[in-house]
Design a binder for this molecule. Structure first.
Ligand code: FES
Ligand SMILES: [Fe+2]
Length: 375
């Protein structure tokens, strides 16, 4: 299905039609599209030792990643080829993978190394059976999987992105995983996943809806760069230590935010404040519900004795103020997507006012329609 209303001629103004945000059939097609693209699943430092594994569920499909004896991190479908039981749960370390149902046992490379036999049963040929492998790649230390065996490597999918990360966040390799849930922080919102990404990709709303964020930032000075499969936003603060969001230490903290969106459902960047980095994946739970899973890193050792406290205050502000403001906006918009009187919105774009223009969001919609069409 090609939507002419957002084709090149009309692209300047009319937004993605509302039905894309509220339709079960669209979500079915989106799930296939999402599983054809790189999905963020964690960070290499979570798999520091041989045999360390972590699990992830994407669009109701279970996977796990495990570091082998050869230090290669591999990804597999988390399902036993015998009768379909899940092989591993959560996160941990295993010398081998033994299915809890009938104890078929697999190596870190997915080969079947042992099975129970009975005297009366002819067992299948071990060499013919193994785990289903999926592609694994990394970007900035973060782990991604792609169930599509023909997918291009991340470097080919998003050329130049790794170099931008290195340029703008040179200390990223030294950061440590921040304390918190082993498989990342989860945030749910009763809105379509694209409503959340739309909201992430424009700061047209910041001056109106984020009073304290707006006090900290200099949104008028921010800008977006658009690339084929990603966007890059530079967002300077106003350089005030005593802004109304959280205290900034102008000598030690990040004072210019750098944020990326990698199509279709990953964002990452370096937020102003204590030196650290975050990466999030947006999962479509239903057309009307999204789970955002975030992995956070923090400078280690701390940049200064006050860093931990500033980081704590930023965390409280983030979860109790700005995230709640965005949640209310997104949930309200989701209701709008179901209103008969609303079928399609408008883009407000202004090349001279990058910071508040909605062109990065429009770019997302153009990538989205193209990908949906070609899945
Ligand atoms: S289902 Fe895994 S060993 Fe039977
Ligand atoms: Fe916002």
């Amino acid at each position: 299905m090609t939507d002419q209303s957002i084709g090149p001629a009309a692209a300047a103004q009319r937004a993605l039609p509302a039905r894309y945000y509220a339709d079960d059939d669209v979500l079915t097609r989106e799930r296939a599209m999402l599983m054809d693209h790189w999905q963020l699943v964690g960070h290499r430092k979570q798999l520091a030792e041989r045999g360390a594994f972590l699990t992830v569920t994407l669009n109701d499909q279970d996977f796990f990643l495990i570091r082998g004896q050869d230090d290669v991190v591999r990804g597999f479908a988390n399902v036993c080829p015998h009768r379909g039981h899940r092989l591993v749960e959560g996160q941990g370390v295993k010398a081998r993978i033994t299915c809890p149902y009938h104890a078929w046992t697999f190596t870190h490379t997915g080969a079947l190394m042992g099975m129970q036999r009975t005297r009366t049963t002819e067992a299948p040929n071990r060499a013919e059976i193994g785990l289903t492998e999926v592609n694994v790649d990394t970007l900035g230390g973060f782990l991604f999987i792609n169930p599509n065996c023909n997918a291009p490597a991340l470097d080919d999918y998003a050329p130049g992105l790794a170099a931008q990360l290195e340029q703008h966040c040179p200390d990223l390799p030294q950061y440590a995983i921040e304390d918190g849930p082993a498989l990342g922080h989860s945030y749910t919102c009763d809105a379509n996943w694209k409503v959340l990404i739309d909201n992430y990709l424009e700061c047209h709303h910041c001056g109106v809806a984020h009073d304290t964020f707006n006090d900290m930032m200099d949104i008028a000075a921010s800008s977006f760069e658009l690339f084929d499969t990603y966007t890059f936003q530079t967002a300077p603060t106003a350089g005030r230590a005593d802004n109304r969001a959280f205290p900034l230490d102008l000598d030690h903290d990040v004072t210019v935010g750098h944020f990326w969106f990698l199509f279709p459902n990953t964002v990452f960047g370096q937020f102003p404040g204590a030196q650290g980095f975050y990466a999030s994946r947006f999962d479509a739970v239903s057309p009307h519900r999204t789970e955002r899973r975030t992995f956070s890193l923090i400078a280690d050792p701390p940049t200064d004795p006050g860093m931990a406290e500033r980081n704590r205050l930023r965390g409280i502000w983030s979860s109790e103020v700005v995230s709640q403001e965005d949640r209310r906006l997104c949930e309200n918009v989701q209701r709008g997507m179901r209103q008969h009187a609303f079928t399609q919105g408008w883009y407000v774009t202004d090349p001279d006012a990058h910071g508040i223009s909605e062109h990065a969001m429009r770019h997302f919609h153009q990538m989205y329609l193209e990908a949906l069409e070609s899945t």
